[in-house]
Design a binder for this molecule. Structure first.
Ligand SMILES: Nc1ncnc2c1ncn2[C@@H]1O[C@H](COP(=O)(O)OP(=O)(O)OP(=O)(O)O)[C@@H](O)[C@H]1O
Length: 252
């Protein structure tokens, strides 16, 4: 579904170049739940920005469903983002002036889908995530957990191919983090969502089926969970992080 082929990203100009990504290669299959980990400055956000088409690569290629992102024009890109990518970010980015229903259906409405179909799709996604009863409310009238579910419903309502999560638990306490990670696990397991999550948190990463570790812009290691339980996987992740070196406070 997603192919990241030998991408490089440089910032700055001639005398002051930062190599943020250095020949990064990996594929994401449909139905995967992949976490990308690394210490601060390892290139995680840069990688996510390149995949989400917010930034462009300096070299290499990114293909989503066989389409090379770099070949799309501005308008095509905006449409591509709305139709193929779902986003769950740290603060969930819900619009305060729209109801939960309007927030979830926003991308569909922007794509001029007919209102009845939008309504059906939104209700179906909300039903799956257990928030059907709060659709008329505004974000300031709902709980943190309901905001999480609203953001997740928005990320899948258009049948998006890939759900991108950027430090989704970064601003949450441990109970809310666990909740969100369980929702994401259910979306992956029961609803077939393909998820790519960037995190510096080993606990969050342990919910994924596979973890890629970035160091200085390169893929340093990869762990597959296989049939192992989450807590075993969590300890394996910690071991790789220890081998990666760096300040532990950066990565846990
Ligand atoms: N706009 C920019 N201009 C110049 N250098 C940048 C820019 N954005 C990122 N960098 C550099 O690229 C490298 C990778 O940064 P990136 O933000 O991708 O790391 P990260 O792993 O997401 O870190 P964090 O966990 O702290 O968010 C760093 O050395 C950073 O200083």
């Amino acid at each position: 579904m997603l192919q990241v082929q030998n991408i490089e990203k440089y910032y700055g100009s001639k005398n002051n170049v930062t190599k943020a990504l250095d020949r990064v290669n990996f594929d994401v299959e449909a139905g995967e739940f992949l976490a990308i980990m690394g210490a601060s400055g390892s290139g995680k956000t840069t990688l996510l920005n390149c995949i989400s088409t917010i930034d462009t690569v300096s070299a290499g290629k990114i293909l989503l469903d066989g389409v090379s992102i770099a070949d799309l024009g501005e308008e095509e890109l905006a449409k591509f983002r709305r139709e193929r990518l779902g986003f769950v970010f740290q603060d969930f980015n819900l619009l305060d002036t729209l109801t939960v229903e309007e927030n979830i259906g926003l991308a569909l409405s922007l794509n001029h889908m007919d209102p009845k179909t939008v309504q059906d799709r939104v209700r179906s996604a909300a039903g799956k995530l257990g928030i059907a009863d709060i659709l008329p409310k505004f974000p300031y009238q709902i709980s943190g957990g309901q905001k999480q579910r609203t953001a997740c419903a928005r990320a899948m309502v258009a049948g998006q191919s890939l759900l991108l999560a950027d430090e989704p638990t970064g601003a949450l306490d441990s109970k809310a983090s666990k909740n969100l990670l369980e929702i994401m696990t259910a979306m992956n397991r029961d609803m077939g969502a393909t998820i790519l999550m960037v995190t510096h948190d080993a606990y969050s990463a342990s919910y994924a089926k596979r973890v890629l570790f970035l160091k200085d812009g390169r893929v340093f290691n990869e762990l597959l969970r296989g049939e192992r339980g989450r807590s075993v996987f969590y300890h394996e992740i910690l071991d790789v992080l220890a081998a990666l070196g760096g300040d532990v406070s950066d990565v846990i």
